[in-house]
Ligand binder design. Sequence first.
Ligand SMILES: CC(C)(COP(=O)(O)OP(=O)(O)OC[C@H]1O[C@@H](n2cnc3c(N)ncnc32)[C@H](O)[C@@H]1OP(=O)(O)O)[C@@H](O)C(=O)NCCC(=O)NCCS
Length: 277
Amino acid sequence: MSLINTRWAFNVSNWKPTEEQVLAISSFIQPEEKQRISRFVFQKDAKSSLIGRLLIRKYLGAVTDIPYQNIKVGRDKLGKPYLLGGGDLAVDFNVSHQADFVVLAGNTKQKIGIDVMKTEPLVGKDVVEFFRLMRRQFTDAEWLKIESYKTEAEKLASFYRTWCLKESYVKNRGIGVAAFPLDTLSFFICEELKQGEIITSTKLKEKNILKDYVFEETILDESYIVAVALENTNTYVREDAPFIFLTIDDLLNDAKSLSGPDPGFVRDFLGKKEKPY
Ligand SMILES: CC(C)(COP(=O)(O)OP(=O)(O)OC[C@H]1O[C@@H](n2cnc3c(N)ncnc32)[C@H](O)[C@@H]1OP(=O)(O)O)[C@@H](O)C(=O)NCCC(=O)NCCS
């Protein structure tokens, strides 16, 4: 496993949590994160958030000398998780979740942001109208690229790709999308995504100035793409490491208890509703 560039993915739809697993997990995560997870109405959202916590703890356990029980993850004022008490340790990580997937990107040299995006067809929505509503979030150059494709499916795929890139950048910077003028970012895509390959040729201009960033773009599976934004092209080490798909056992095997098991958390978690689709 490369620790300079860690890329992990977890498919939450494949995991049917057992009481025993959730009881164990209730002792592996920080109390404030349990409270946060308890606030989700649907189990799927709670599961994704929980897996995000376990991915972060596993990553920090692997990449630092801090014992698992002493790893403390804080959140900055806009919610971005970071390692508390890491001192001079140059370690950064970010998670993203959507629908079936939770992904983590970690790095020991550069600031990082990640976004996973489901590239689903627009059921019951008109693409033209959808693009009209989104018009202000993209630049003219980006729309030219999106509209250059022949079919609606290809246009939509290009739209999702550009959106995913924007989110990865905003998440790298740790700023919120709501307050950020996304049309000041213009992505220049010159290569198509290919299954099993990492594309790094996409460039970004912010307010017309070329940014010193690398964007790694990957097809995670047939319906999901991922973008990872890394600051500073000089320190970028390209390792061609694809995403590694982890199982629940991978996340639980090296976990250690921070506190006693919490049956109340388990009852609440397993009692959450299934998400209606
Ligand atoms: C960060 C943000 C862009 C992510 O949006 P998203 O695409 O819906 O969600 P993703 O699944 O990709 O990412 C969510 C994860 O990113 C991380 N995250 C949260 N805030 C983040 C931020 N500001 N920057 C980077 N990562 C962040 C978290 O790990 C979060 O998962 P978790 O809450 O389960 O731990 C969006 O939530 C946002 O704009 N947040 C800012 C909120 C804000 O402005 N608050 C102001 C009031 S204090």
